[in-house]
Design a protein around this ligand. Structure first.
Ligand code: TMP
Length: 267
């Protein structure tokens, strides 16, 4: 189920929450992109994220999709998280290289995400481009939430603050106080999740490169991360497309392509 206004904005454990008199709205949080062709600005941008544990093999397929969209005349913005802007890339190097406590890590990742949204993702969507983003907020729920055990309610609150449309989408006053309880939350139209057993991912990664802070985690960490992705899919079934990434690369590519053809985004 999509996060509701209630769950997303409340940082108290559920048992401590006292519903206000007159009832509590449990409507799903509004998302900006109910339909890829219905941006408030009239633009027709498409925002697609790609997820999976390290070693799941998403990179070649993201590049293939960029080519496929460009072959059909679309302008593609290829980007990644953490990263995608000069500031966010600096934060990426810190997050992936330096030891830090989980809250510091979460705040740096969301700071990078805000800068990326303001400077790259929202402007590209306003121009009507296809944004292919290698990881987005589901990774934070999977790695920091499920992997490191960070509080999911706090992640939901940060998600609403950082992905709030206030200050984005043509509003130059990015320093206005945000009202995440009433603003619209930006999230991908589609999240392609490359699902691969952690043991297989570890086997594929072994010896391919110097592992970063996350890649060098034990397989138990990636079991929790994989479960975190499965939980996110359950919470957002309409947004997620699960791909069985244990198949041969060509078979995986055909499966990815079918998702986009099925949505009418590629032919
Ligand atoms: P990448 O190697 O696929 O570019 O991802 C970078 C690493 O950062 C990867 O191990 C996953 C991790 N990560 C998080 O822990 N939290 C996040 O929110 C994101 C976007 C990535």
């Amino acid at each position: 189920m999509a996060p509701t206004l209630f769950t997303a904005c409340n940082t108290l454990p559920p048992e401590e929450v006292v519903p206000p008199k007159g009832g509590l709205s449990v409507e799903p949080a509004p998302t900006l992109f109910d339909s890829p062709l219905a941006l408030p600005s009239g633009g027709a941008g498409l925002f697609i994220s790609f997820e999976g544990i390290d070693g799941a093999g998403k990179s070649t397929h993201i590049a293939g999709l960029a080519d496929a969209f460009e072959a059909q005349g679309r302008v593609v913005t290829l980007t990644r998280e953490p990263g995608g802007t000069p500031l966010a890339e600096k934060l990426r190097a810190t997050v992936l290289g330096d030891p830090m406590d989980a809250l510091t890590e979460v705040l740096l990742i969301f700071a990078a995400r805000r800068d990326h949204l303001v400077n790259v993702i929202a402007p590209a969507l306003l121009r009507g481009e296809v944004v292919l983003c290698d990881r987005f907020t589901d990774a934070t729920f999977a790695y920091q939430g499920a992997g490191r055990g960070f509080d999911l309610n706090v992640l939901s609150t940060l998600e609403r603050w950082v992905q709030c449309d206030e200050g984005l989408l043509g509003d130059p006053a990015g320093n206005k106080p945000m009202k995440p309880e009433i603003e619209t939350v930006i999230e991908p139209h589609l999240t392609v999740w490359f699902d691969l057993p952690p043991e297989e991912a570890a086997f594929r990664l072994a010896g391919t490169r110097v592992p970063d802070k996350f890649e060098s985690q034990p397989v138990e960490f990636f079991r929790r991360v994989a479960q975190g992705y499965a939980d996110r899919q359950q919470g957002h079934p309409e947004r997620f497309a699960r791909i069985d990434a244990s198949q041969a690369r060509d078979v995986v590519w055909q499966a990815v392509l079918q998702v986009f053809i099925g949505k009418g985004w590629l032919s």
